[in-house]
Structures are given as structure tokens and as C-alpha cells.
Write a protein that binds this ligand. Structure first.
Ligand code: C5P
Length: 227
């Protein structure tokens, strides 16, 4: 069967990765979480004291980009590929609120974007890929056969994120999560390089009131039209 590229963009915590993983499983495609790559670079910057809540040594990070090796390895126990930073599985470390609070600053840097976009395009060379992020349909794969743009209300999104973090055992409040979601949306959609915008040929999906099953059915029908 013909293989296509599926680009899923949208605001923070709109359930992009949930639908992307479901589609990749159903179609036996590769799933790539591009946000995990920006998060892993942020974790590296934190570990090497290039960034904190009060300073950002952009030059230090940019000159170290060649030392940051990101890889994905499929973990059958969870059913998707987890991200590795210089050989270490960092899937858990990159999801903390601390990383969430700094990642959009790192993602504004053009050199960081250039390096990650190149790696993302390489991962999609053979098609058969579902990638989610902010600039996948506009910059990474402008020729993707199917582009989706996900949205949901800020409170619905913050609630989902909050539930996820609480389930992991993190000590966070709903208010700080809501603030983080709104803050990232603002930076992501107003930055100069590759701001979060809906591609002209993307299909908008608001899933505030959709069950996961209903969302999957709706989107899978769109995929079938492209195969
Ligand atoms: O998808 P996730 O919320 O994990 O992404 C974390 C952050 O990484 C986003 O808020 C955004 O700043 C950045 N990002 C990006 N471009 C992408 C994916 C993520 O700028 N393609």
C-alpha cells in the first residue's frame, strides 16, 4: 500500500501525540515526537548550565549543538519510540514542568531549529511517518499528504496535562500548568522563526468535546482518503 507522511501540529497538550501514536500503530508507521527533541535539547542545556529560569547562554548552547546526539528507540512495553540524549533514555526527565517552562525559549533559537528540522526531515525520507509538533506541516514536511491542526480550549488542555503529571507522581498545581500551557502557546505562536500557524492546506480538529474513539474514527477516515 502507498505510504504517506502525516503532519500533526497544534497548541500544547491538544492530544497530538495520542492520535499520532494511534495512527502510527494502526498503519505500522514510524511515530516521531518532535517536541521530545526540543525538550531533550533543553534538558541538555539545563544539565550544562546554559539555561535556567534567570539566564540563557545562547551562544554556549549553540556552540555545543554538535555534541547533542538524539536517537529514538522503540520500546515495545509502551508501544512507541522513546528519546535518548547521548545514549541515555530521557523520556521521563524531559516531561517535567521545569523543562516545560524553558523549552519554548530554546525552541526560539534558529540554530536549534535548523539542526532539529534537518534530523526530522531525514527521519521522514521514506515516508510512512507520523510526526507531531508545531511546524511539521509548514516547515518540516510542507508536502505532507495529510496535515492536521489540533486544538482544544486552554482549560481542557491544562486539565489533561495536569492529570498526566499527577498520575506520574509530580507535585504540581492546576494553575501553574494552565500558566505554562498559555505561556508556551504565546511564545510558540509569536516567535520569529517558524511560528505555530496552521498550514493553509491543514484540516483543523477541535477535540474539546470529542472522545478518543470519535477523534480516531474521524481522523482515520481522512487518512484512508489519502491512501
Ligand atoms: O510537543 P511538546 O509540547 O512536547 O513540545 C514542547 C515545546 O517544543 C513546544 O512548546 C515548542 O516550544 C517546541 N516545539 C517546537 N517545534 C516543534 C515541536 C515542539 O517549537 N515542532
Amino acid at each position: 500500500m502507498k505510504k504517506i507522511t502525516i503532519a500533526i501540529d497544534g497548541f500544547s497538550s491538544t492530544g497530538k501525540s495520542t492520535i499520532a501514536k494511534q495512527l502510527a500503530k494502526e498503519l505500522s508507521y514510524v511515530y516521531v515526537d518532535s517536541g521530545a527533541m526540543y525538550r531533550a535539547v533543553t534538558l541538555y542545556a539545563m544539565q550544562h548550565n546554559f539555561i535556567s529560569s534567570s539566564f540563557f547562554d545562547i551562544e554556549g548552547l549553540v556552540t555545543s549543538l554538535d555534541l547533542i546526539v538524539l536517537t529514538f528507540k522503540y520500546n515495545s512495553a509502551v508501544g512507541f519510540a522513546e528519546v535518548y540524549l547521548n545514549g541515555m533514555n530521557v523520556e521521563k526527565e524531559i516531561r517535567t514542568l521545569e523543562v516545560s517552562n524553558l523549552v519554548s525559549k530554546v525552541a526560539e533559537i534558529s540554530e536549534v531549529r535548523k539542526s532539529l528540522v534537518q534530523q526530522q526531515q531525514n527521519m521522514g525520507l521514506n515516508k510512512g511517518v507520523v510526526m507531531d509538533g508545531r511546524d511539521i506541516g509548514t516547515v518540516v514536511f510542507p508536502n505532507a499528504e495529510l496535515k492536521l491542526f489540533m486544538n482544544a480550549s486552554a482549560t481542557t488542555r491544562a486539565q489533561r496535562r495536569y492529570d498526566e503529571l499527577i498520575e506520574r507522581g509530580d507535585k504540581v498545581t492546576f494553575d501553574e500548568i494552565l500558566k505554562n500551557v498559555e505561556y508556551r502557546d504565546f511564545i510558540d505562536s509569536t516567535r520569529e522563526d517558524s511560528p505555530l500557524v496552521m498550514a493553509e492546506d491543514a484540516i483543523a480538529i477541535d477535540n474539546s468535546n470529542l472522545t478518543l474513539e470519535a477523534q480516531f474514527e474521524k481522523i482515520y477516515a481522512l487518512v484512508l482518503q489519502k491512501l
